[in-house]
Ligand binder design. Structure first.
Ligand code: NAI
Length: 283
């Protein structure tokens, strides 16, 4: 299959990052969101990120212009008719994702591949709402997408070899290194990561140490580039909570029980960097 156009649904931090990388790699890239402002914010974020690459000499001004020229903001899902690959990156909620995949299935060409950037939701279940489960796959990028090298590829029960091979090749074309995982709750990345983040939140909740000291211990002690609480703020605390709930429901094991402090922060609207406050304050 020749891929010319990629559609990204959801223009938040992940969707805009994915759109940037797709456009930088030469694909016509349609960026859609239910919220028009999110698309505009996403495009501004892309522009800023590209400008940084230009400043650092990693991208020429002409390449930046060409990349921006390949990006098509759009508020109508019908644009899916023009894509060979759709990558969904909306909120971590099964009902919302299922509705989008029903729409994509109706609107995208019959041979188009429908991928989800979900952090933890079952690809098999998402695929089951479509009439083409063999063309549905998990394509899990890391945050921030333009900088992080990994794409975790998740094969649903019905995902075909052809779909898998196309997405593996596409990931490499986007400059990423693919690693493959079976369709289990949280896959590998978040099954392992979120337990650590949740444990760090429990430590804070129990007053064992300050947020700064918890993060310092993990940074300097374990050589992690970021502490778990700062990383949670980067991911978004609503997303962290949603993933822990998927893990808890999926494995039925109390070790995944989200810390009450995390729930309280999300209820307060303290979602991390994207809302200006989480375990730390921003802006
Ligand atoms: P975000 O909150 O920054 O963006 C979500 C976007 O989805 C918003 O702009 C919202 O308007 C849009 N949206 C909601 N419903 C929609 C609909 N029906 N149609 C179109 N757009 C809709 O969230 P973020 O962080 O970008 O996460 C998106 C997905 O990526 C989630 O599934 C998350 O689990 C996954 N993910 C997140 C990572 C992270 O570090 N934040 C890392 C890897 C995956």
């Amino acid at each position: 299959m020749e891929i010319k156009t990629i559609m990204v649904i959801g223009a938040g931090q992940m969707g805009s990052g994915i759109a940037q990388v797709a456009a930088q790699s030469g694909f016509t890239t349609i960026l859609h969101d239910v919220n028009k402002e999110a698309v505009q914010r996403g495009l501004q974020g892309i522009q800023k990120s590209l400008a940084k690459f230009v400043e650092k000499g990693k991208l020429s001004a002409e390449e930046m212009e060409a990349t921006l020229g390949r990006l098509q903001p759009c508020d109508d899902m019908a644009a899916a008719a023009d894509c060979q690959i759709a990558i969904e990156a909306v909120v971590e909620n099964m009902n919302v994702k299922a509705n989008i995949f029903r729409e994509l299935d109706r609107l995208a060409p019959a041979d188009a591949i429908l991928a989800s950037n979900t952090s933890s939701l079952p690809i098999t279940e998402i695929a089951a709402v479509t009439s083409r489960p063999e063309q549905v796959i998990g394509m899990h990028f890391m945050n921030p997408v333009p900088l992080m090298k990994l794409v975790e590829i998740i094969r649903g029960l019905a995902t075909s070899d052809e779909t898998y091979e196309t997405i593996e090749a596409l990931s490499r074309h986007l400059g990423k290194t693919p690693a493959t995982c079976r369709d289990v709750p949280g896959f590998i990345s978040n099954r392992v990561l979120q337990v650590m983040i949740n444990e760090a939140v429990w430590c804070l909740y129990e007053g064992v140490a300050t947020a700064e000291d918890i993060d310092m211990i993990m940074k300097l002690g374990m050589n992690h580039p970021m502490g778990p609480l700062a990383l949670a703020d980067l991911i978004g605390l609503d997303t962290v909570l949603a993933i822990l709930e998927v893990l808890q429901a999926g494995y039925g094991d109390p070790k995944y029980r989200p810390c009450p402090l995390l729930r309280q922060y999300v209820k307060a609207g303290w979602l991390g960097r994207k809302s200006g406050r989480g375990f730390y304050r921003y802006g």
